[in-house]
Design a protein around this ligand. Structure first.
Ligand SMILES: NC(=O)c1ccc[n+]([C@@H]2O[C@H](COP(=O)([O-])OP(=O)(O)OC[C@H]3O[C@@H](n4cnc5c(N)ncnc54)[C@H](OP(=O)(O)O)[C@@H]3O)[C@@H](O)[C@H]2O)c1
Length: 277
């Protein structure tokens, strides 16, 4: 049960900087998971109607002075970081019973940027989540700086675990590849749906019917791959009869897809490196 794990991990108060697509997806999961609204402070200059409705439930919006918090989650765009994040500096070195942990989900903003803002001894975890967090099916990769304790890593895992799975990285350098794969990946899958629907229409279906079939096929195959103990390769082999229809399709797709996807992920990872500079 998420509520137990958030409380057990010691998360009793939280500041969220930026409540856009990712911030909202996560906050929705945390509140559903039992984080008391009264323990949440949100900073966002243009609050959405959804966020305003959470204020009615007890969430504090844009306080003049931030109350101490166990964890501060940074979810603004990297371009806004130097303008937005210093607002949290008051929390560095504070926190009820422990020092505030900073958890950034910003693509391409290195831990060193936050160490420069908040002090090198500040516990900072960098994470890369993805938008399926909005339906509790995200996956987030995490790495902490030297000042981060194991208890604080567990805290961040509990928080991000409330909206999906978590994995730990060995080095911050891996964050670029993670960004290119799982961070940007949902958009690749959405485009796969578009491409399959267009291909179905080209093969003679109406566009609506083709889209319905494509969307359900990608969602269903994803759910099957997730639920099955078999690796994806075996699932593919299981549904490919020799000289059958699937084999004919894969003969076209397979030689192209791996090099294409390799270039796709490399381009996104490269952009992440550029943003970091
Ligand atoms: N979306 C993804 O798939 C994804 C995946 C992984 C990581 N991320 C990372 O998550 C972060 C947020 O992305 P997003 O897609 O959620 O972006 P977003 O929808 O634009 O959300 C950012 C939010 O921050 C607000 N904001 C702007 N200036 C601010 C300030 N000075 N103080 C406080 N809040 C401020 C924005 O308000 P306005 O709208 O009024 O500007 C907006 O509500 C980014 O760093 C991104 O790299 C995103």
């Amino acid at each position: 049960m998420v509520a137990t794990s958030l409380a057990e991990a010691g998360i009793d108060s939280l500041v969220l900087l930026g409540c856009g697509k990712m911030g909202r997806a996560m906050l929705e999961g945390w509140l559903k998971g039992g984080l008391p609204p009264a323990q949440v402070q949100v900073i966002d200059p243009c609050p959405s109607d959804w966020l305003k409705a959470r204020v009615a439930q007890g969430v504090t919006l844009n306080p003049a002075e931030l109350a101490p918090a166990t964890i501060a989650v940074i979810a603004v765009k990297p371009q806004m970081m130097t303008q937005a994040a210093p607002r949290l500096a008051v929390l560095a070195g504070q926190g009820p019973g422990t020092r505030t942990l900073f958890l950034s989900i910003a693509a391409g903003t290195p831990i060193a940027t936050f160490e420069a803002m908040f002090g090198a001894g500040t516990a900072i975890i960098r994470a890369m989540p993805n938008t399926p967090a909005a339906v509790g099916r995200g996956i987030a990769a995490l790495i902490g700086n030297d000042a981060t304790s194991e208890a604080q890593m567990a805290m961040a895992e509990a928080l991000l675990g409330a909206v999906g799975q978590t994995v730990r990285l060995d080095s911050e350098e891996q964050m670029h590849a993670v960004t290119g794969l799982s961070g940007s990946g949902p958009a690749y899958v959405f485009h796969l749906i578009e491409a399959m629907a267009a291909a179905g229409a080209a093969a003679g279906l109406t566009p609506d019917l083709a889209m319905r079939l494509a969307r359900a096929t990608v969602a269903g195959a994803g759910a099957l791959a997730d639920a099955s103990p078999e690796p994806a390769e075996q699932l593919r082999i299981d549904v490919t009869s020799p000289a059958g229809t699937t084999a004919a399709g894969l003969d076209v797709l397979m030689p192209e897809l791996v090099p294409l996807m390799t270039r796709t992920v490399a381009a996104a990872a490269g952009r992440s490196r550029e943003l970091a500079e």
